[in-house]
Ligand binder design. Sequence first.
Ligand SMILES: C[S@@+](CC[C@H](N)C(=O)[O-])C[C@H]1O[C@@H](n2cnc3c(N)ncnc32)[C@H](O)[C@@H]1O
Length: 207
Amino acid sequence: METPSAGDRRRHAPAAARNREAIAEVLARTLPARGLLLEIGAGTGEHAAHLAPRHPTLTWQPSDPSPEARESIDAWREHVGAANLQPAIDLDASASTWPIDQAGVDVIMAINVLHISPWSTAEGLMAGAGRHLGAGGIVYLYGPYRIDGEHTTPSNRDFDASLRARDPSWGVRDIGEVAALAAAHGLVLAERVAMPANNFSLIFRRR
Ligand SMILES: C[S@@+](CC[C@H](N)C(=O)[O-])C[C@H]1O[C@@H](n2cnc3c(N)ncnc32)[C@H](O)[C@@H]1O
């Protein structure tokens, strides 16, 4: 994440500029017209700023446990001025309770979060989805994944090694393991979409 210049608290993540349009295309046919979307680990806030205006009748709630991230998200919110984009909230997905109403969440989204955080983030995210999503609710995940334990490309294997060198609790997750975790909380993997640069969109639905 690049540091903001003085007077402008908006941060920029180069990956967000590269992946946001491909993500927007999947979301255009996936998200409900109305309801509440909770974005986990919203980071700079660039996805929220780019995507929330395209879904103006969906309430977009960004969150991140990092104060610097929340500051950037709120600066992006101010910049785009989308009425449906809410101020960022402090939410750690691995916590056993989240600072939002128990019911009434329609979509939980996490872009490039599960591999750059401990497995407990994935566990907490799916447990939270089990608590907060109603029947038909969606979990949308984006990022690099392994399939049946195997990396999809040598570059993803190298990326995984570099992540684990930075923090042994990080790493490229396996789709089957994420799906098994989801199933334990009443969610089925409804769709797997191959995305540019060896990433996937994973769409889970609450039974
Ligand atoms: C690589 S950044 C991705 C940010 C943004 N989604 C994007 O794609 O540009 C990972 C983000 O996950 C957040 N994060 C890490 N652990 C988390 C957790 N346990 N719960 C929620 N967010 C977490 C970090 O603070 C960081 O903003």
